[in-house]
Design a protein around this ligand. Sequence first.
Ligand code: MLT
Ligand code: MN
Ligand code: ZN
Length: 307
Amino acid sequence: MSRTDLSRLRALVLGSGGGGGVPQWNCACRVCRLAWDGDPRVKPRTQSSLAVSADGERWLLLNASIDLRQQILATPAMQPKGRGRQSPIAAVLLTNTDVDHAAGLLALRERQPFTIWGTRATLDTIGANRIFDVVGPDIVARRAVRLGEPFEPLPGLAVELFPVPGKVPLWLEEGDVETDAIGEGTVGVAVEAGGRRLVYAPGCARVTDALHERIASAHALLFDGTLFTDDEMIASGLGEKTGRRMGHSPVSGPGGTLDALARHADVRRILIHINNSNPILIEGSPEETTIKAAGWEVAYDGMEVTP
Ligand code: MLT
Ligand code: MN
Ligand code: ZN
């Protein structure tokens, strides 16, 4: 048998929440309140990350969530097998340098060899922050990849990065912020193994033609589900920013994700990176019913996707 026959693309949702998770430490909004109270309609969620593998043994993390330690404790596939120091986590790819996506690198600092992949811009941001040197560059290689250039971070797993509209991370914002810049700062990920393809884009400010092309050739999509309505944070008194100002396309409304991606009905479509203010997190809510009727699923921690 060829390696292609042996390869099977598997994805595990380690975390499905947006920044802060569900419930968020300081939040008693409608969704968080239900989660704090243990209401079965709201599943607790850690901050977003997806693990992908071609052999079920060695895994590439798409982002290192700030909740990574908790995610490893909850996921047997991420835990060491056998003896001595070793981990099935062989590589980490960063889609941007948001705290919820990159801070988990600090949880991987016990002299374990693995590879960090990202665009040059992303690795430069990490490189300029000396705290990330605790993940020793002498033992943890940092490898820059160009947009649109395929690479194989694990045997049998083909990956390509493509730009999606986004902004600098909150912690690097200064003056006027371009909220839907196209470049190396925010990327989507196309993953392929054994002839099956998935696209991961946990942060995307706007749907572009390039994104449509990527989705059209994929079997599964895990996409930015941060807010249901663009002004949700403002309307619920939780913040002053719209979703678009935060670099996230809203799920509903004109030009929102349901609208913009309606044509991809034959692709398995899953919302991920869901903020705790988003009512789709309440099972049975009108908003959850709406997205299901439109053919979408809501990611949850521990969800397995085999495209
Ligand atoms: C985001 O996705 O917009 C960020 O996680 C915001 C943040 O850093 O809190
Ligand atoms: Mn985020
Ligand atoms: Zn909340």
